[in-house]
Structure formats: C-alpha cells, structure tokens
Design a protein around this ligand. Structure first.
Ligand code: SAM
Length: 261
C-alpha cells in the first residue's frame, strides 16, 4: 500500500514517521509513504503556490497549476513503480468531506493507497478540485490551518491496522468501534498499583476468572457506550449484535442500576 502526500510542510511528517508503532509500519514498508513538496512544482524565482482570491475577500487560494503538475508527477512515479496497479483515488482533506470514521479507516487500510492533498490558506482553486479530486475527507466540524494533521490522523489509523504493526497482533480488534466489540466503545483499563489514591482496581479483574472478566468488560463497554454514544447502542441493536443478556443489562442500567456482575 502506498500513500503519496502533497504538502507545503513535509517536515511536519518526520516526527510521526520516526516514533512508536508508526515507525514500525513505515520502516517495514507495510505502508509506503512518499512526501511531495508542492513548491517544487511551482514556477518562477519565488515558486509561488498561492494567489489572492478573485472577487476579493481575505486570505490566499492555492494555485491549480502547481497542484496539477505535482499530481501528474506522482501518477507517473506510481505507474513507473507498479505499471499494472489501478489508479488510486485523489483525496483532499477538507471540512466539506465526509467525517473520517472507523469504517472509512478500515476500507483505506485494505486499499492500494491514495494520493493525499493537504490544503492550506483558504483552500484550493475550485477548478482543480472539480477536475482531479475523487474523495474529500474531514476530521470533524472545525477548521484546521492545514490538511497535514488530517493526513497524519488517517495514516496513523491505517498503519496500526496493518498486520505485524501492533505488538499484540489483533489487539486493535478489541478497540472501540471494531466489529469484534460489535461497534461499541472499549471498556476502561487498569494496571499497577492495585490501590492508587485509595482507589482499588475492580476486584473482578484480580479474580483470575476469565469468563467473569469478559462478562464484566462487556457490561462496562455497554454502560460506557450507553452513556457517551447511545447512537452506537442503537446501531448494534439494529444489526442484531446485542444478546438477550446485553439487553437485560441495558434495561437494568436505564432503571438506575450500576452493576450486574
Ligand atoms: N476556507 C476553508 C473553509 O472554511 O472550509 C478552510 C481552509 S483551512 C484554513 C486550510 C486547509 O486545512 C483546508 O484546505 C484543508 O485541507 C485543511 N482543513 C481544515 N479543516 C479541516 C478539517 N476539518 N478536516 C480536514 N481538513 C481540514
């Protein structure tokens, strides 16, 4: 899988690529990442990549021409490396796009990759977007200074799903939103010491009874999800993922109970 990133700030990616589990993903080649400095595709002494908006108004707009030149250079480079690979989509990070979620990350993690464009300033000349962008992805209903953080978020989430990247193979399956958790939120976790500021670890976790621990964790997941993301409970229910025991626990919760362990 190969991702190409068009950015004016390739240096922002360096700490991310050289730390933690991301480093393992990118050094092993599980995910190939190539950074493209947009300015290298701009003309003139000043290598200008932006200009004032027609019609007036604040800020600057990214020029279509260097973006297109850079995109074509990437397409050529990819074709030279893998002549038979189908064309990967061109993705623009933008508040306009669909908000990134687990299903989206899973689908990108099983793809051949993409060409990711990080906008800056007021954004890109609309004509370039209309001509070349296949997908727009948002990180949420807020405005970032640039698309780099959104690109890093996507790359991080995709990288950790690659086989061999996490220390504990398959541990991501027990993370929030995953099918193995029926799309619910993960439960709380505890580690040493057993007592911290007079708060003890829930005794069931010290019992060694794996079935009871699994049941307790499921109930914690249900309770947390019911409190913080009731929409995910509804989705799990609609998909038939909640057992009679789950439903019994949820009824008990809404009637004011806290634990059925
Ligand atoms: N004028 C644009 C607007 O109001 O929608 C915002 C431009 S923003 C300052 C510059 C760039 O940051 C955008 O082109 C986009 O690439 C990126 N960006 C900003 N917010 C984002 C978000 N919520 N998700 C993904 N990318 C975002």
């Amino acid at each position: 899988m190969r991702f190409d990133v068009i950015t004016l700030f390739p240096e922002l990616f360096a700490p991310f690529l050289s730390s933690g589990i991301n480093r393992r993903a990118f050094e092993s080649g599980a995910v190939e990442l190539k950074l493209w400095q947009l300015r290298d595709y701009a003309d003139g002494t000043y290598r200008r990549v932006d200009d004032r908006p027609f019609g007036g108004g604040p800020g600057m707009v990214m020029l279509a021409e260097p973006l297109e030149k850079c995109l074509l250079a990437i397409r050529e480079d990819r074709a030279a490396q893998s002549p038979n690979q189908p064309k990967v989509p061109t993705v623009l990070f933008s508040p306009i796009g669909q908000t990134l979620n687990h299903a989206g990350v899973e689908s990108w993690s099983q793809s051949d990759g993409a060409i990711l464009i990080c906008g800056r300033y007021e954004g890109l000349d609309q004509r370039f977007i209309d001509a070349h962008v296949d997908v727009q992805i948002s990180l949420g209903d807020f405005v970032l200074s640039g698309g780099e953080i959104a690109a890093i978020a996507l790359l991080d989430a995709v990288a950790r799903l690659q086989p061999g990247v996490l220390n504990d193979e398959g541990s991501h399956q027990m993370d929030s939103f995953n099918p193995a958790l029926d799309g619910l939120l993960d439960c709380g976790h505890y580690t040493r010491p057993e007592a911290w500021h007079d708060e003890r670890v829930p005794p069931i976790l010290m019992s060694g009874h794996h079935a009871d621990i699994a049941k307790w964790r499921r109930q914690q997941s249900l309770a947390l999800t019911q409190t913080h993301r009731p929409d995910l409970i509804e989705s799990a229910r609609a998909l038939g993922k909640l057992s009679a025991k789950d439903e019994h626990f949820l009824r008990h919760l809404t009637s004011g109970g806290t634990s059925l362990a």
